[in-house]
Ligand binder design. Sequence first.
Ligand code: 2HA
Ligand code: ZN
Length: 271
Amino acid sequence: MKNILNAPFIDEMKKTTANMYRLGWDERNGGNISYMLDEKEVAEYLDLNKVIRTIPIGFEAKSMIGKIFVVTGRGKYFKNVEFDPEKNLGIIRIAEDAITAELLWGYSDGGVFTSEFPSHLMSHMARATVDPENRVVMHTHPTHTLAMNYVHELDDKKFTHSLWEMCTECIAVFPEGVGVLPWMLCGTNEIGEATAAKMKEFRVVVWGMHGVYAAGKDMDETFGLVETVEKAAQIYMLTAHLPRINTIKDEEMMELAEYFGVNYRKDFLNL
Ligand code: 2HA
Ligand code: ZN
């Protein structure tokens, strides 16, 4: 059996949480990540018949039975993951009853997965229906995106349009746009369900005045999405209070999308 601390997926979790922390997006225990793993790959590192303990999920995740995830821990700080992955991360499998998770590794101080895990699972379930390759769900508090929530209308089309205008390649990176939810209480199944509903259309969902949820087929794609949205929001916040002299026009955004050959939300442009 190989040493789990050398597993590429643990390394990715360490590097990603460290990057996000240093970007200032994940203060204290802010943010959480869940990453669906390949059973065969995990079996190289762990005895899959050895369940350490079980943890209730809080809803029935039928389509996820048997799926294995590495998930950040409840109350844990992204800052600390790289130094003690076994305490701050856990590897869990959704049990046959669909309402329990079986802990296979981690949460070594007796901890459990993030309070957002039900929301993550609902997003995984929603993305699986539109993209069977989806593996990652990420929640974080990117600074400028959050700032923009206070000065911009929280509307899918208007918010997306403003982001697309801020960087030339935005429309190519998230051609489907971003979904936006109003402020809602976090950690509840209600926000999880609202997020999952948006996740059928978008890979990025803004939680009004809280942060973002993002999904993708791997860590790079998911992180890259958040990074690009955040960069656009930063340009927006650097310019929103200044007279606008130039802009990327809707015709130009259309030209870009067509050049990159992406399937974009035409109804989010005003042509
Ligand atoms: O896990 O960010 O929304 C901490 C959070 C909850
Ligand atoms: Zn949060």
